[in-house]
Design a protein around this ligand. Structure first.
Ligand code: NAD
Length: 419
């Protein structure tokens, strides 16, 4: 059966991906319809007293996609352009990601339409606390666990945990992950996503019989995720040939020094005028000749307009949804493997799960133990995806989706329909 490939928003992409994979695996129409829909979407208004004494009302959401395999889990995003459709796509993706890597959670996502960069610390705290209070009826350690996402961080997680704990009447660290280590956060969480991407690159290059030494890597977006990948790969002898931020990037085919890049960015707020490197745009970075391209910034970066010009030997998705469906199809035709986001960047949710396990047990692990367990889960998941892609002669994304959707569908079937 031929695939439908016509999409333009993240939500349409998520739905089309589900429809395509449901057809491929001949999923029952009942389960397919259930998975296209959401278990719960809560919209809240959040009144906040601003520093100048005025009252401003913000809008927030919590989207719970599916809990057949366990409590909902997902980040909270603060962004002025946030839409409910974006959150629906991200919540659905969380369901697949948790399922694929064997984390016993379902998918959720939340957010507030706001620009945190123009809020004072006090306004941000009041906004966060009132939002947490507003969604309290539907969250809980065994119901729905929150986490950081774009523009939310450890401090915001600490305020959420405190607000929930105060209203609950006792300290409840397991309500959020990604919080500071001294209040129940996990060692290894900060680097987990980047480390997981590095494990995925290791698995992908092993199957092509290449090794890390001299590997040429271009990284779009040198933030938390991208810079951790850059640091770890540099330590293993790879060449980081290009990096970028939202303001543009730099390129040197002989390699860029990770420590110098970080220092320069800290001092100047961009990579402009980085010594011994050519300035490039974010678009040009994607089209550079290299062994591995890691998009680690925003969604919808590799599109039908540029997929034909990608010269990387493989793409490993650090960001969520960086490749559109049309681009995925083109890369597939060109035999450029793409390690999909739900596998490549799952390190973050895996260590979030470990954090929750440690909180619930009040028993904390050393960083080595966290990283070793992360490697074990990700290597096993990669192997399962790779094997299925060979058996079914499908690309890695389709194989990953088949495995992920199947586990959720099986859980729905065996639990049955209530009442
Ligand atoms: P971040 O904010 O730390 O870094 C993002 C980087 O991308 C920055 O360098 C920023 O300047 C750059 N950027 C922003 N807009 C850009 C644009 N339009 N073009 C090019 N570059 C741009 O964020 P992060 O935590 O590193 O997350 C990056 C991506 O990885 C996001 O898509 C996020 O959803 C995804 N992700 C993150 C985690 C995690 O644990 N942090 C886990 C899974 C997926």
């Amino acid at each position: 059966m031929s695939e439908k490939i016509s999409v333009n928003s993240a939500w349409q992409t998520a739905l089309t991906q589900l429809d395509n994979v449901s057809m491929t695996m001949m999923l029952s129409e009942d389960v397919h319809q259930l998975l296209r829909n959401f278990e719960r979407i809560l919209t809240v208004s959040i009144p906040v007293r601003m520093d100048n004494g005025s009252l401003r009302v913000f809008n927030g959401f919590r989207v719970q996609h599916n809990s057949a395999r366990g409590p909902y889990k997902g980040g909270v995003r603060y962004h002025p352009d946030l839409t409910l459709d974006d959150l629906k796509a991200l919540a659905m993706e969380m369901t697949w990601k948790c399922s694929l890597v064997g984390v016993p959670f379902g998918g959720a996502k939340g957010g507030i339409i706001c620009n945190p960069k123009v809020l004072s610390k006090g306004e941000l705290e009041r906004l966060t606390r009132r939002f947490t209070y507003a969604i309290m009826p539907i969250i809980g350690i065994e119901k729905d666990i929150l986490a950081p996402d774009v523009n939310t961080n450890e401090q915001i997680m600490a305020w959420m945990m405190d607000t929930y704990s105060m209203n609950n009447g006792y300290c409840t660290p397991g309500i959020v992950t990604g919080k500071p280590v001294n209040i129940g956060g996990s060692l290894g969480r900060t680097d987990a996503t980047g480390l997981g991407i590095t494990f995925s690159i290791a698995s992908a290059i092993k199957s092509k019989k290449i090794n890390f030494k001299g590997l040429k890597v271009a990284i779009q977006g040198y933030g938390n995720v991208g810079s951790t990948v850059g640091k770890l790969l540099s330590e293993m002898g790879s060449k980081i040939v290009a990096v970028s931020s939202s303001k543009g990037g730099v390129f040197n085919p002989k390699g860029l020094n990770h420590i110098a890049l970080m220092k320069h960015y800290k001092e100047h707020g961009s990579f402009d005028n980085f010594p011994r490197a050519e300035s490039i745009t974010n678009e040009a970075l994607l089209e550079l000749p290299c062994d591995v391209l890691v998009p680690a910034a925003m969604g919808n970066q590799i599109t039908k307009e540029n997929a034909d010009k990608i010269k990387a030997k493989m793409v490993v998705e650090g960001a969520n949804g960086p490749t559109t469906l049309e681009a995925d199809h083109i890369l597939n035709e060109r035999k450029i493997p793409v390690v999909p986001d739900i596998l490549a960047n799952a390190g973050g949710v895996i260590v979030s799960y470990f954090e929750w396990v440690q909180d619930v047990q009040c028993y904390f692990w050393c960083e080595h133990e966290v990283n070793a367990k992360l490697k074990n889960l990700l290597d096993r998941s990669y192997e399962e995806v790779f094997r299925l892609s060979q058996e079914r002669k499908v690309n890695l994304r389709t194989a990953a989706m088949i495995l992920a959707v199947k586990k959720v569908a099986d859980a729905i079937s065996v639990r049955g329909l209530y009442p």
